[in-house]
Design a protein around this ligand. Structure first.
Ligand code: CP
Ligand code: NVA
Length: 308
């Protein structure tokens, strides 16, 4: 159990019970059923983002405002960490000023370096390996659409990236069957797949395959993400070639269940990983999912900062 006061560097930092609590609180906050208490001095969340962000940055800022606190933008280019001050020194100093740190970075090891010496919670706001904050919104959306999670089947079509990793781990913890379909050579990290299979404890199946049609067949949710993540821009042309046939379009969606929903963490590249028709179509819940980032962030901060 990480709450309160622990770190949130990946999906596994939270037990199954804590995930259920996060989702329940996020839903209650959305329906305005939960009351939070933020007594005393307003809390401050430091945002250390080395990559661009719309949803994560803004939902953290608004979530903190709603909790009676505020965020402080600390981009590496305007702090000493950008000039080589060690993460260990930066984390020790910042821990003395702020109440939590949200870090968006490349290497997962950087997050671990922050967490190792930080005396306040460190949150993974996306790394090359995981995007655990996104999972709160994604599974809240699934739960809202189907009134349950247990036994649902989700297909993820595309790159075996940070999103695929977090989905594998979160689906396994929450009892959702997940089929990940990637081109050969773009599979998720086998260690993450093994961890997800262990976490599922036989309650659901998490599988990695290469055929997007097989992955989508009968699924209640179909999820996709960009073919080139932040930092992979130079490989974009090669990837467009390698991912041909993995576009979530009407033909692929037709393989899914009749009431299937479409999810995407955004930003989307229409005509690449998803067709415009599907993104804007009746099955799309992408903008509901994006809105849910706010309630996910609020629930996470409330639990980490002990405001419930
Ligand atoms: N989905 C997501 O994390 O979006 P941003 O990169 O805009 O934060
Ligand atoms: N896989 C994408 C997700 C963006 C929210 C990236 O890392 O760029």
């Amino acid at each position: 159990m990480i709450f309160p006061g622990g770190h949130f560097l990946g999906v596994e930092d939270c037990s199954r019970q804590e995930w259920r609590r996060l989702l329940q609180l996020a839903g209650a906050l959305k329906r305005r059923e939960a009351r939070l208490s933020a007594p005393g001095v307003p809390r401050v969340l430091g945002l250390l983002f080395s990559k661009p962000s719309t949803r994560t940055r803004v939902s953290f800022a608004v979530a903190m405002a709603r909790l009676g606190g505020q965020t402080l933008d600390l981009p590496p280019g305007s702090t000493q960490v950008g000039r080589g001050e060690p993460i260990a020194d930066t984390a020790r100093v910042l821990s003395g000023y702020v109440d939590a740190l949200a870090v968006r970075t490349f290497a997962q090891e950087d997050l671990e370096a922050y967490a190792q010496v930080s005396t306040v919670p460190v949150i993974n706001a996306l790394s090359d390996v995981e995007h655990p904050c996104q999972m709160i919104a994604d599974f809240l959306t699934l739960q809202e659409c189907f009134s349950r999670l247990d036994g649902l089947t989700m297909a993820y079509i595309g790159d075996g990236n940070n999103m695929a990793h977090s989905l594998l781990l979160a689906a396994a913890l929450l009892g959702v069957h997940l089929r990940v379909a990637t081109p050969r050579g773009y599979e998720p990290d086998p260690d993450v797949v093994q961890r997800a299979q262990r976490l599922s404890q036989g309650r659901c199946t998490v599988t990695v395959l290469h055929d997007p049609v097989e992955a989508c067949r009968g699924a209640q949710a179909v999820y996709t993400d960009v073919w080139s993540s932040m930092g992979q821009e130079e490989a974009a042309q090669q990837r467009r070639h390698d991912f041909a046939g993995y576009c979530l379009n009407g033909n692929l969606l037709a393989q899914a269940a009749r009431d299937a929903i479409v999810l995407h963490c955004l930003p989307a590249h229409r005509g690449e990983e998803i067709s415009s028709e599907v993104l804007e179509g009746p099955a799309s819940r992408v903008f509901l999912q994006a809105e849910n980032r706010l309630y996910g962030q609020q629930a996470l901060l409330a639990l980490l900062l002990d405001l419930v």
